[in-house]
Design a protein around this ligand. Structure first.
Ligand code: UT7
Length: 360
């Protein structure tokens, strides 16, 4: 039976840092409130296109696998904040990195986009349909944020990550996954005024707005992720004690603590970076996975448990058996274009737009 080993990994976090204190300069919030309710201290704001982040993350993942982009036969890009709907953004990345032999597919399942992509890519390799797949997940969510909404705006940030999957014969890569979507919760996290539904065809698209039922999502997230984790452990015949490290979706430190307690996994086995980046949606798991490797927290043969949830409400978990290599084969020199503004300067036109509208 074929497996899909993770042979490359990379992240791209934009340089402009937006701290909790920065947010408090233009909305009624505080570092104390944000840090105590979410664990978030700062997040990044993208100064270029979403695809620029995806391209850099992809090039770094390809270098780590020591592959030329032309060897990739499929690109799966998970995000809800694409550069473009037509052409799709995966094709923009495919062109930019020179992956001339790759098909290119966008996946929009919100925060779960990376794990959904990892599951699809792995299974396309396992059937023999594809050999080398690039799975990217990330978000340019600052672009879609309502900067007048303190209950949503403080939670998110921009970033992107990527992995390379290659067919192999020994058990390695995603051994089992469970993905799903709840019924009757579509409105719990919603950008209310973008899309082609007739109700949304108004000038309001200039001011993306959110419906966000934080407490409802909080409770459902823990339940759904715990269910999905139990399922993948059962599928693989492993127990929680066999898990060496958990790399979960980073939405809220309190969610991670509650999930760890429910699963019975010690805190020191959970990879946490939500304090640095906030919730980067489809970017959280590939960025946290890359940082876990950079920090030497993943060892050859480790069992890595992933869990995720997001708008939909979509959810999932995956159990990865890591291969023998935990260091990159080579390093890419890809970088984002230089950034000459602070995060507050980048956001100023958006903040101004929302505040002018509030005065209308
Ligand atoms: O990837 C999926 C993304 N979704 C999530 O991860 C959401 C999961 N939910 C959460 O993380 C939490 O529910 C939140 C962090 C969103 C909210 O935490 P909470 O403890 O559930 O707070 P709350 O919604 O009950 O709000 C408590 C108070 C309210 O004031 P009143 O009505 O008690 O006077 C809010 O207006 O805190 C107020 N508040 C704020 N205060 C200062 C809400 N946002 C802020 C803010 N700064 N940024």
């Amino acid at each position: 039976m074929k497996y899909a080993k993770i042979t490359g990994w990379g992240k791209c976090v934009p340089p402009a840092v937006l701290t909790n204190d920065d947010l408090a300069t233009f909305m009624d919030t505080s570092d104390e409130w944000i840090a105590s309710r979410t664990g978030i201290r700062e997040r990044r704001v993208c100064h270029c296109n979403f695809s620029d982040m995806a391209i850099v993350a992809a090039k770094r993942a390809l270098a780590a696998a020591n592959l030329d982009a032309s060897e990739i036969d499929l690109i799966l890009l998970g995000s809800l904040t694409m550069d473009s709907l037509c052409p799709n953004t995966a094709s923009i990345v495919q062109n930019a990195i020179g992956a001339r032999n790759a098909a290119a597919i966008d996946i929009n399942s919100a925060c779960t986009g990376f794990l959904y992509g990892l599951h699809i890519g792995t299974n396309l390799i396992r059937t023999g349909a594809h050999q080398k797949v690039l799975v990217i997940g990330g978000e340019f969510i600052s672009h879609y944020m309502n900067w007048a909404r303190r209950d949503v705006a403080v939670l998110f940030g921009d970033a992107c990550g990527a992995v390379v999957l290659e067919a192999c014969n020994e058990p390695s890569g995603l051994l089992a996954a469970k993905i799903g979507c709840e019924l009757d919760t579509g409105e719990a996290i919603q950008i209310t005024n973008l899309g082609s539904a007739y109700s949304r065809l108004t000038d309001d698209f200039l001011y993306p707005d959110w419906n966000f039922e934080g407490q409802e999502v909080f409770k459902r997230a823990i339940k759904a992720m715990a269910f999905a984790c139990d399922d993948v452990l059962q599928q693989t015949g492993l127990t929680i004690e066999d898990v060496n490290i958990m790399v979960p979706h980073q939405a809220n430190r309190r969610i991670l603590d509650a999930l760890a307690k429910r699963l019975g996994i010690p805190e020191e086995k959970i990879m946490v970076n939500v304090h640095k980046y906030g919730n980067t949606s489809a970017g959280t798991i590939p960025v946290a996975l890359t940082e876990a490797l950079e920090e030497h927290r993943i060892k050859p043969g480790d069992h890595v448990l992933m869990a995720t949830f997001g708008a939909g409400l979509t959810w999932g978990a995956g159990l990865v058996k890591w291969g023998e290599r935990v260091t990159p084969l080579s390093i890419s020199d890809a970088e984002l274009p230089p950034c000459h503004q602070t995060a507050l300067e980048i956001l100023a036109p958006h903040i101004e737009r929302y505040s002018a509208r509030a005065k209308e």
